[in-house]
Ligand binder design. Structure first.
Ligand SMILES: Nc1ncnc2c1ncn2[C@@H]1O[C@H](COP(=O)(O)OP(=O)(O)OP(=O)(O)O)[C@@H](O)[C@H]1O
Ligand SMILES: [Mg+2]
Length: 374
């Protein structure tokens, strides 16, 4: 067992089956080529296009499997998400939506398969027919291009709204303070919070905190922005202000992937709706088909349950308040917080960084491999 595996408490790594990059094999399910040429952002959201770097990224998910112990949570996910498109992921609780999102920026490792953004494999380095897990610092660097907004905001409690937004560009990208601050003010204006730059998260409503979290994610000019139920921790009257901000980002360049139970929002904003159940993509397509004319009974009954309020969008206990612990400099803030002093492990459920030795976490490519990772 590798040190990494021991720290993660995962036991021996499973063999890792990954489709050849650039092979002829197409993903079993494929997105329409949505909106490769993103139109200009609306006039009322001039800063919605974060910056030159953040043209949307092409996200390719191939044959992804993920288990926690004996529970196989992702059972072979294939998706291709077009640059600049908006994808809404729907599905019952426990179907693997969050896990899928977390694999996209390597907050979770993969047991099989491969995820790439603009052709760059996320979380792994390819060497011959093996994939080696990247050292944490390289993963953190990759995450600067893949932002994430969580249900529970995860703002740095000891920093003002402005500091929350400037932190990652300053520390992860080395942006000079003045420049980072100027951009942060623009982003706070974009999310409607110009007047809240100098207040602390505890002085903000949930909707305002989530808008700061969105500004923070945008500050790294991500190619891809992942939202995991961004409104489900909010009081109903605060939901719309956050959805409005997300709407303003749609087709402004960045590729958006949004896990949500807001069906009408998904219908309005998404190019593609993906319905997941039991670790599989049951169907995907434009909202007019998947939401209005679903092909599968499972989709129909899920939508019916959501509409009648009998699908509980979040049966788990309410998330704990944001930790005051100093936290990460990645595009993503942690859903589960890290111990004090741990900067490298933040942004993930992973334990603290263990250094370059991580690269020895190897996964075979492209076939099953019997190597023991001990
Ligand atoms: N770190 C983990 N360790 C063990 N099991 C986990 C872990 N993370 C998720 N799971 C399990 O994996 C399954 C899928 O979880 P996931 O959070 O991806 O579901 P979801 O579709 O996002 O559900 P929800 O709508 O409730 O957020 C669940 O059974 C969950 O308990
Ligand atoms: Mg979830």
């Amino acid at each position: 067992m590798s040190i990494l595996d021991r720290l993660r408490g995962r036991g021996i790594s499973r063999p890792h089956l990954i489709p050849e990059i650039g092979s002829d094999s197409e993903p079993a399910l494929r997105f329409a080529e949505a909106d490769r040429h993103a139109p200009e952002p609306p006039a009322h959201a001039p800063s919605a296009r974060p910056a030159a770097r953040s043209r949307g990224g092409l996200v390719e998910i191939r044959g992804v499997h993920k288990s926690f112990g004996d529970l196989e949570v992702l059972r072979g996910i294939d998706l291709q998400i077009a640059p600049g498109s908006v994808t809404a992921v729907l599905g019952p609780s426990g179907s693997g939506k969050s896990t899928l999102l977390r694999t996209i920026n390597h907050l979770e490792t993969l047991d099989q398969g491969l995820i790439s953004v603009d052709g760059e494999v996320i979380g792994y380095r390819r060497e011959g027919d093996l994939l080696h897990e990247l050292p944490e610092r390289e993963v953190l660097h990759q995450r600067t291009a893949i932002g994430m907004v969580f249900q529970s905001f995860n703002l740095f409690a000891h920093m003002t709204a402005l500091q929350n937004v400037t932190e990652a560009p300053r520390r992860a990208l080395g942006v000079p303070a003045r420049q980072a601050e100027a951009r942060a003010r623009e982003l706070l204006a974009l999310v409607g919070l110009s007047d809240k730059a100098d207040v602390y998260p505890r002085q903000l409503s949930g909707g305002q905190q989530q808008r700061v979290a969105i500004a923070r994610a945008l500050a790294l000019e991500p190619k891809v922005l992942l939202f995991d139920e961004p409104t489900s921790a909010l009081d109903p009257e605060l939901v719309e202000e956050v959805l409005a901000v997300i709407r303003s980002l749609a087709r402004a360049g960045t590729t958006l992937v949004i896990v949500t139970h807001e069906i009408s929002f998904a219908r309005d904003v998404a190019d593609t709706v993906v319905f997941m159940d039991q670790g599989l993509v049951v169907e995907q397509g434009p909202p007019s088909r998947v939401i209005d004319h679903p092909a599968h009974e499972r989709t129909r009954s899920f939508l019916q349950r959501v509409r009648t309020g009998t699908e509980d969008p979040d049966p788990r206990p309410a998330p704990a308040p944001a930790s005051p612990v100093r936290q990460p400099v990645s595009g993503a803030a942690p859903e589960r917080t890290a111990p004090p002093g741990d900067l490298a492990g933040v942004g993930s459920s992973h334990p603290p960084v263990i250094g370059a030795d991580q690269a020895t976490s190897r996964t075979p490519l492209p076939r099953h491999h019997s190597e023991d990772h001990s």
